[in-house]
Design a protein around this ligand. Structure first.
Ligand SMILES: Nc1nc2c(ncn2[C@@H]2O[C@H](COP(=O)(O)OP(=O)(O)OP(=O)(O)O)[C@@H](O)[C@H]2O)c(=O)[nH]1
Ligand SMILES: [Mg+2]
Length: 582
């Protein structure tokens, strides 16, 4: 045999660690050297990746079909193709998996070594000999993930190699697996065996002349697999131990059994791992399996080409406007619709009006009342706060039409340049929560408002102070009036009031005036402070309202839009993979 790599030339050496089995790892991996590419795998190496990509394209498109969406007919065809290709092909289209199974001592490892052309898997007299699966790949590119998935230990992976000679090149892409005997397989890691068998493109069941008719083997293993008989071949090994007549009888007997058991399509071969008899026929069976697989892969590749071309008009150039650039405009429009500025002003007025009752100068306050300068003010104060609280509720909280317009404007900024059906998809994503937005804006506003129109502590102190001053002024006035009256009485009676009492009058008058002035000044000063605080409070509340509105805009409009745009770019990129353009 020529072209055999050293048994130490392990596949593992050049395979990526932990690569998920579905990734298209053929790209860039060249384990077997440049000579290998001609090994009959043209078109196949990237088919798995392309199928996976087509699967994702189809998935993205499927949620956007229907009116104005993706062509449902195209989706159906794509889904059909993916179903046809199946998981096996998506796992690896470049490899044909052939497993050698059977009872202990039947000669699986001996046949494996014969086919591989080297003693990779130990052959022994100790039963059972093979305790873990062995693998030999004819061409290693991309076999790693598949072998990982099949649970073949890295130390048991071998590669046939670079210079495949004429006869060998037709085996390019073969992944031959030597299993432990069926009993060990069943007792041990059954999970991995089920995988092996589900993934096998061909199962070669090796029998020996003593046990080929073993009823237990037939009923336990072969009969249950009757449905797959076209991908099962039976090999009667150790034929060198039989005379040609005996071998012939065995084969006839076996064929009769298989017919009864329903394995109508299974082929029967006679081999000897020792003499090499029948090995060529076995190799022919492998080659036929390989070429059938390549043909089907090529057909599927052509179908993927055609489908990718039909998806192409939906992919465009993937140049997407960054929606975040337009987010501030959206937030501003939402704030406008929710009336942030008006609410801020109302909050400030409510604060100021309330403060007037506390820190205002009762005299001017009374004067206002008496002169009816602001008859509705008191009433306004009562309702203003109620109105503010009420803003949180219902669609009336924000103008629906303004919200609609703002969303439409944002979508219009983003969609130009997108191919159909993406503009419609982005628009509908932008509007996906439009009904809930007015309420959310109302909540954002009411969350930013203080709990109640509370009275600040210092206001109370000022109230006390004003009451004190007012009391002083009233007392002064009373004193003033008393003294004046007393003075008048004395004058009438002709007696003279104590000059000191009368002399006090101007002083008392000055004192009363001073107290009144002090009250007025206190009110003025405090109101200036109140106005400044209310202004600051308004600013802070407005900031908070805008922040809340920003959250609403982000969660209810920006996020859905960005999600849709990223679906679009993903669609574009996956399609490029499916179409082999990447
Ligand atoms: N005469 C003869 N002996 C064979 C042939 N094939 C295998 N043997 C012998 O049969 C014994 C078992 O061979 P293995 O290849 O280890 O058998 P196996 O099926 O791999 O067995 P397990 O690994 O235990 O499942 C060894 O001693 C081989 O030399 C054959 O075609 N003719
Ligand atoms: Mg073995």
């Amino acid at each position: 045999m020529t072209g055999v790599e050293s048994p130490r030339a392990r596949l593992a050496a050049s395979l990526p660690d932990g690569a998920p089995p579905t990734t298209d790892v053929f790209v860039g991996l060249d384990f077997a050297g440049p000579g290998f590419a001609g090994g009959g795998l043209t078109g196949a190496p990237r088919l798995s990746g392309r199928l996976t990509a087509l699967g994702r394209v189809t998935q993205i498109a499927a949620t956007r079909s229907g009116h104005d969406g993706f062509d449902p007919g195209l989706l159906r065809e794509s889904e059909d193709l993916l179903a046809r290709a199946g998981e096996r092909l998506r796992m690896s289209a470049a490899h044909t998996v052939v497993v050698l199974a059977g009872g202990t001592g039947s000669g699986k490892s001996a046949l494996f070594n014969r086919l591989a052309g080297a003693d990779f898997s130990p052959v022994g007299v100790v039963r059972p000999t093979t305790r873990e699966a062995y693998a030999c790949a004819w061409g290693a590119d991309g076999a790693g993930p598949l072998l990982d998935w099949l649970d073949v230990a890295e130390r048991n992976r071998y590669a046939r190699s670079s210079a495949l000679d004429a006869g060998e090149s037709s085996l390019g892409g073969l992944l031959l697996i030597d299993l432990p005997d069926h009993d060990s397989v069943l007792a041990g890691a059954t999970g991995s065996v089920n995988r092996l068998i589900s993934l096998a493109d061909l199962m070669v069941w090796v029998l020996d002349p003593q046990k080929y008719a073993d009823a237990a083997v037939h009923s336990r293993y072969l009969v249950p697999m009757a449905g797959h008989s076209s991908v099962i071949s039976l090999v009667l090994n150790q034929a060198d131990l039989l005379t040609p007549e005996q071998a012939h009888d065995c084969v006839e007997d076996l064929q009769r059994l298989l017919e009864i058991e329903g394995l109508h399509d299974s082929r029967v071969l006679v081999t000897s791992a020792v003499t090499g008899a029948g090995i060529e026929e076995l190799r022919e069976v492998l080659i036929a399996t390989l070429s059938a697989r390549r043909a089907s892969a090529a057909r599927i590749a052509a179908d993927v080409d055609a489908l990718a071309a039909r998806f192409a008009p939906y992919a465009g150039t993937a140049e997407v406007e960054d929606p975040e650039r337009h987010e501030p405009e959206l937030v501003a429009a939402f704030s406008q619709a929710a009336g942030v500025a008006g609410v801020g002003r109302a909050l400030q007025s409510a604060r100021e009006l309330k403060a007037v009752d506390n820190v205002g100068w009762p005299v001017s306050w009374l004067a206002d009342r008496l002169l009816q300068r602001d008859p509705v003010r008191k009433a306004r104060l009562g309702t203003l706060w109620e109105e503010l609280r009420g803003l949180s509720a219902g669609p009336a909280g924000a103008h629906r039409a303004e919200i609609d317009n703002a969303i439409t404007a944002l979508a219009d900024e983003v969609v130009p340049g997108l191919p159909a059906p993406w503009p419609a998809a982005v628009r509908s994503a932008a509007r996906s929560q439009v009904d809930a937005i007015p309420y959310a804006l109302g909540s954002a506003i009411s969350d930013a408002l203080p709990e109640e129109n509370s009275v600040a502590q210092w206001w109370r102190l000022v109230t006390g102070w004003q009451v004190l001053l007012l009391g002083g002024a009233v007392a002064g006035l009373v004193w003033l009036v008393t003294l004046a009256v007393a003075g008048a009485v004395h004058a009438v009676e002709g007696t003279t009031a104590t000059s000191g009492d009368v002399g006090l009058l101007p002083w008392i008058a000055i004192m009363v005036a001073a107290v009144l002035l002090l009250g007025w000044l206190t009110a003025k000063g405090c109101m200036t402070l109140v106005v400044r605080n209310a202004d600051r409070e308004r600013e802070q509340a407005e900031r908070q309202m805008r922040a809340g509105i920003g959250q609403v805009a982000r969660q209810m409009v920006m996020v859905p839009v960005e999600r849709e745009l990223s679906a679009y770019t993903r669609f574009h990129d996956e399609l490029a993979v499916a179409a082999r353009h990447s």
